[in-house]
Design a protein around this ligand. Structure first.
Ligand code: JET
Length: 233
Protein backbone atom coordinates (compact mmCIF):
# COMPACT_ATOMS: atom_id res chain seq x y z
CA UNK A 1 0.00 0.00 0.00
CA UNK A 2 1.14 3.52 -0.79
CA UNK A 3 0.31 6.30 1.67
CA UNK A 4 1.03 10.00 1.04
CA UNK A 5 0.52 12.52 3.84
CA UNK A 6 0.42 16.28 3.18
CA UNK A 7 0.94 18.59 6.18
CA UNK A 8 2.54 21.89 7.13
CA UNK A 9 4.16 19.99 10.05
CA UNK A 10 5.72 16.94 8.35
CA UNK A 11 7.99 16.12 11.33
CA UNK A 12 4.86 15.20 13.33
CA UNK A 13 4.95 11.90 11.45
CA UNK A 14 8.48 10.85 12.44
CA UNK A 15 6.92 8.51 15.00
CA UNK A 16 5.29 6.43 12.25
CA UNK A 17 8.72 5.09 11.22
CA UNK A 18 9.07 3.42 14.64
CA UNK A 19 8.18 -0.14 15.63
CA UNK A 20 5.53 -2.06 13.70
CA UNK A 21 4.88 0.40 10.90
CA UNK A 22 8.60 1.09 10.60
CA UNK A 23 9.21 -2.61 9.94
CA UNK A 24 6.38 -2.66 7.36
CA UNK A 25 8.13 0.19 5.57
CA UNK A 26 11.56 -1.45 5.51
CA UNK A 27 10.04 -4.70 4.20
CA UNK A 28 8.22 -2.81 1.42
CA UNK A 29 4.67 -3.73 2.52
CA UNK A 30 3.99 -0.06 3.23
CA UNK A 31 5.34 2.84 1.17
CA UNK A 32 4.73 5.92 3.35
CA UNK A 33 5.75 9.42 2.21
CA UNK A 34 5.18 12.63 4.16
CA UNK A 35 5.16 15.92 2.25
CA UNK A 36 5.36 19.55 3.34
CA UNK A 37 2.44 21.48 1.79
CA UNK A 38 4.73 24.53 1.53
CA UNK A 39 6.71 22.68 -1.18
CA UNK A 40 3.80 23.60 -3.45
CA UNK A 41 3.89 27.34 -2.69
CA UNK A 42 5.83 29.80 -4.84
CA UNK A 43 5.76 33.09 -2.92
CA UNK A 44 8.64 34.28 -0.77
CA UNK A 45 6.77 33.56 2.47
CA UNK A 46 5.50 30.11 1.36
CA UNK A 47 1.96 31.20 2.29
CA UNK A 48 -0.64 28.48 2.83
CA UNK A 49 -3.48 30.50 4.44
CA UNK A 50 -5.56 33.64 3.90
CA UNK A 51 -8.53 35.48 5.42
CA UNK A 52 -12.03 34.00 4.94
CA UNK A 53 -14.42 35.43 2.34
CA UNK A 54 -17.55 36.61 4.12
CA UNK A 55 -15.55 37.46 7.23
CA UNK A 56 -15.20 35.60 10.50
CA UNK A 57 -12.46 34.51 12.84
CA UNK A 58 -9.23 32.83 11.85
CA UNK A 59 -7.67 31.88 8.56
CA UNK A 60 -8.52 29.42 5.78
CA UNK A 61 -6.07 27.24 3.85
CA UNK A 62 -5.61 28.55 0.30
CA UNK A 63 -6.62 26.19 -2.52
CA UNK A 64 -3.61 26.62 -4.84
CA UNK A 65 -0.94 24.65 -2.88
CA UNK A 66 -3.48 21.86 -2.26
CA UNK A 67 -4.34 21.69 -5.97
CA UNK A 68 -0.69 21.33 -6.98
CA UNK A 69 -0.01 18.77 -4.25
CA UNK A 70 -2.99 16.63 -5.28
CA UNK A 71 -2.06 16.88 -8.99
CA UNK A 72 1.40 15.55 -8.23
CA UNK A 73 0.48 12.86 -5.71
CA UNK A 74 -2.73 11.54 -7.31
CA UNK A 75 -1.27 11.17 -10.82
CA UNK A 76 2.51 10.60 -10.71
CA UNK A 77 4.01 11.86 -13.98
CA UNK A 78 5.99 8.75 -14.98
CA UNK A 79 3.13 6.26 -14.61
CA UNK A 80 0.18 5.50 -16.85
CA UNK A 81 -3.43 4.31 -16.59
CA UNK A 82 -2.53 1.35 -14.36
CA UNK A 83 -2.21 3.82 -11.46
CA UNK A 84 -5.32 3.26 -9.31
CA UNK A 85 -7.48 6.23 -8.38
CA UNK A 86 -6.43 7.14 -4.85
CA UNK A 87 -8.67 7.47 -1.82
CA UNK A 88 -8.19 11.04 -0.61
CA UNK A 89 -8.87 11.52 3.11
CA UNK A 90 -9.24 14.80 4.97
CA UNK A 91 -9.60 14.55 8.77
CA UNK A 92 -12.41 16.86 9.77
CA UNK A 93 -14.66 17.28 12.79
CA UNK A 94 -17.42 17.56 10.15
CA UNK A 95 -16.70 14.12 8.64
CA UNK A 96 -18.09 10.59 8.99
CA UNK A 97 -16.86 8.89 12.19
CA UNK A 98 -13.81 6.63 11.89
CA UNK A 99 -14.39 3.09 13.22
CA UNK A 100 -12.67 -0.29 12.97
CA UNK A 101 -14.93 -0.96 9.94
CA UNK A 102 -13.55 2.21 8.28
CA UNK A 103 -10.01 1.01 9.01
CA UNK A 104 -10.77 -2.42 7.48
CA UNK A 105 -12.22 -0.77 4.36
CA UNK A 106 -9.29 1.62 3.92
CA UNK A 107 -6.75 -1.18 4.50
CA UNK A 108 -7.90 -2.74 1.18
CA UNK A 109 -6.99 0.37 -0.88
CA UNK A 110 -3.83 0.56 -2.98
CA UNK A 111 -3.22 4.29 -2.52
CA UNK A 112 -4.30 6.62 0.29
CA UNK A 113 -3.63 10.37 0.33
CA UNK A 114 -4.17 12.17 3.67
CA UNK A 115 -4.55 15.97 3.70
CA UNK A 116 -4.01 17.66 7.06
CA UNK A 117 -6.04 20.83 7.48
CA UNK A 118 -5.09 23.56 9.96
CA UNK A 119 -6.56 26.92 11.04
CA UNK A 120 -10.32 27.12 10.37
CA UNK A 121 -10.13 24.55 7.58
CA UNK A 122 -9.42 24.18 3.87
CA UNK A 123 -11.09 26.14 1.03
CA UNK A 124 -14.17 24.02 0.15
CA UNK A 125 -13.25 23.92 -3.57
CA UNK A 126 -10.27 21.68 -2.74
CA UNK A 127 -12.66 18.87 -1.76
CA UNK A 128 -14.61 19.31 -5.02
CA UNK A 129 -11.40 19.27 -7.07
CA UNK A 130 -10.05 16.22 -5.22
CA UNK A 131 -13.23 14.32 -6.16
CA UNK A 132 -12.08 14.53 -9.82
CA UNK A 133 -8.85 12.73 -8.89
CA UNK A 134 -10.09 10.03 -6.54
CA UNK A 135 -12.62 9.05 -3.89
CA UNK A 136 -12.82 11.81 -1.26
CA UNK A 137 -13.59 10.96 2.38
CA UNK A 138 -13.96 13.53 5.18
CA UNK A 139 -13.35 11.50 8.33
CA UNK A 140 -13.68 12.43 12.02
CA UNK A 141 -11.91 10.69 14.88
CA UNK A 142 -14.73 11.70 17.19
CA UNK A 143 -16.79 14.62 18.46
CA UNK A 144 -14.02 16.95 19.53
CA UNK A 145 -11.89 19.57 17.79
CA UNK A 146 -8.14 19.33 17.21
CA UNK A 147 -5.87 22.15 16.07
CA UNK A 148 -5.10 20.29 12.86
CA UNK A 149 -5.46 16.97 11.10
CA UNK A 150 -2.00 15.63 11.98
CA UNK A 151 -2.87 13.72 15.16
CA UNK A 152 -6.00 12.30 13.50
CA UNK A 153 -3.92 11.06 10.54
CA UNK A 154 -1.38 9.45 12.88
CA UNK A 155 -4.20 7.52 14.54
CA UNK A 156 -5.80 6.49 11.24
CA UNK A 157 -2.51 5.39 9.63
CA UNK A 158 -1.74 3.26 12.68
CA UNK A 159 -5.22 1.67 12.74
CA UNK A 160 -5.12 1.01 8.97
CA UNK A 161 -1.46 0.02 8.73
CA UNK A 162 -1.69 -2.80 11.27
CA UNK A 163 -4.49 -4.41 9.20
CA UNK A 164 -2.37 -4.70 6.05
CA UNK A 165 -1.51 -8.41 5.63
CA UNK A 166 1.99 -9.08 6.95
CA UNK A 167 2.27 -5.98 9.14
CA UNK A 168 1.13 -7.65 12.37
CA UNK A 169 3.19 -10.84 12.90
CA UNK A 170 0.41 -12.97 14.42
CA UNK A 171 -2.91 -12.34 12.56
CA UNK A 172 -4.80 -13.99 15.48
CA UNK A 173 -3.92 -11.00 17.66
CA UNK A 174 -5.98 -8.89 15.24
CA UNK A 175 -9.14 -10.92 15.90
CA UNK A 176 -8.90 -11.17 19.70
CA UNK A 177 -9.24 -7.50 20.45
CA UNK A 178 -11.71 -4.75 21.18
CA UNK A 179 -14.09 -3.86 18.35
CA UNK A 180 -13.22 -6.70 15.98
CA UNK A 181 -16.17 -8.70 17.39
CA UNK A 182 -18.24 -5.64 18.38
CA UNK A 183 -17.45 -6.07 22.10
CA UNK A 184 -14.84 -4.57 24.41
CA UNK A 185 -11.79 -6.65 25.28
CA UNK A 186 -11.78 -9.00 28.30
CA UNK A 187 -9.30 -8.18 31.14
CA UNK A 188 -5.75 -9.52 30.83
CA UNK A 189 -3.36 -10.66 33.56
CA UNK A 190 0.23 -11.89 33.75
CA UNK A 191 2.66 -12.99 36.44
CA UNK A 192 2.91 -12.71 39.40
CA UNK A 193 -0.37 -14.44 40.35
CA UNK A 194 -0.54 -12.25 43.48
CA UNK A 195 0.61 -8.66 43.25
CA UNK A 196 0.24 -6.21 46.16
CA UNK A 197 -2.39 -8.54 47.68
CA UNK A 198 -4.41 -8.59 44.45
CA UNK A 199 -5.08 -12.04 42.97
CA UNK A 200 -5.54 -13.04 39.35
CA UNK A 201 -9.08 -14.48 38.91
CA UNK A 202 -8.60 -18.20 39.87
CA UNK A 203 -10.44 -19.46 36.76
CA UNK A 204 -7.49 -18.26 34.65
CA UNK A 205 -5.19 -20.60 36.60
CA UNK A 206 -7.58 -23.59 36.36
CA UNK A 207 -6.41 -24.95 33.03
CA UNK A 208 -10.07 -25.38 32.02
CA UNK A 209 -10.02 -23.73 28.60
CA UNK A 210 -13.76 -24.02 28.00
CA UNK A 211 -14.57 -22.36 31.31
CA UNK A 212 -11.96 -19.66 30.64
CA UNK A 213 -13.48 -18.86 27.23
CA UNK A 214 -16.97 -18.62 28.80
CA UNK A 215 -15.70 -16.35 31.61
CA UNK A 216 -13.89 -14.07 29.16
CA UNK A 217 -16.99 -13.74 27.00
CA UNK A 218 -19.09 -12.85 30.08
CA UNK A 219 -16.49 -10.22 31.03
CA UNK A 220 -16.69 -8.78 27.51
CA UNK A 221 -20.49 -8.52 27.67
CA UNK A 222 -20.48 -7.00 31.17
CA UNK A 223 -17.83 -4.37 30.33
CA UNK A 224 -19.58 -3.47 27.10
CA UNK A 225 -22.92 -3.12 28.93
CA UNK A 226 -21.32 -0.85 31.57
CA UNK A 227 -18.99 1.28 29.44
CA UNK A 228 -20.36 1.16 25.89
CA UNK A 229 -24.03 0.14 25.88
CA UNK A 230 -24.31 1.80 22.43
CA UNK A 231 -22.31 -1.12 20.98
CA UNK A 232 -24.95 -3.63 22.09
CA UNK A 233 -27.61 -1.84 20.02
C1 JET B 1 -10.81 16.31 13.93
C2 JET B 1 -10.75 15.15 13.23
O1 JET B 1 -10.12 18.50 14.38
C3 JET B 1 -10.11 17.56 13.61
O2 JET B 1 -9.51 17.60 12.37
C4 JET B 1 -8.49 18.53 12.16
C5 JET B 1 -8.86 19.83 11.57
C6 JET B 1 -8.82 20.97 12.38
C7 JET B 1 -9.08 22.19 11.81
C8 JET B 1 -9.35 22.26 10.45
C9 JET B 1 -9.39 21.12 9.68
O3 JET B 1 -9.66 21.26 8.34
C10 JET B 1 -10.29 20.22 7.63
C11 JET B 1 -11.45 20.79 6.89
O4 JET B 1 -12.54 20.01 6.89
C12 JET B 1 -13.72 20.43 6.21
O5 JET B 1 -11.42 21.84 6.34
C13 JET B 1 -9.14 19.91 10.23
C14 JET B 1 -11.64 16.11 15.00
N1 JET B 1 -12.06 14.84 14.91
N2 JET B 1 -11.52 14.28 13.86
Amino acid sequence: MRIDVVSIFPTYFDGLTLSLLGRAQSTGILDLSVHDLREWTSDRHRTVDDTPYGGGAGMVMKPEPWGLALDELAAPAETVSETPRPTIIFPSPAGEVFTQATARDLATREHLIFGCGRYEGIDERVFEYAADLGEVRLISLGDYVLNGGEVAVMAMVEAIGRLIPGVVGNPESLVEESHEDGLLEYPSYTKPSIWREREVPPILLSGNHGAIATWRHEQQLERTRQRRPDLLG
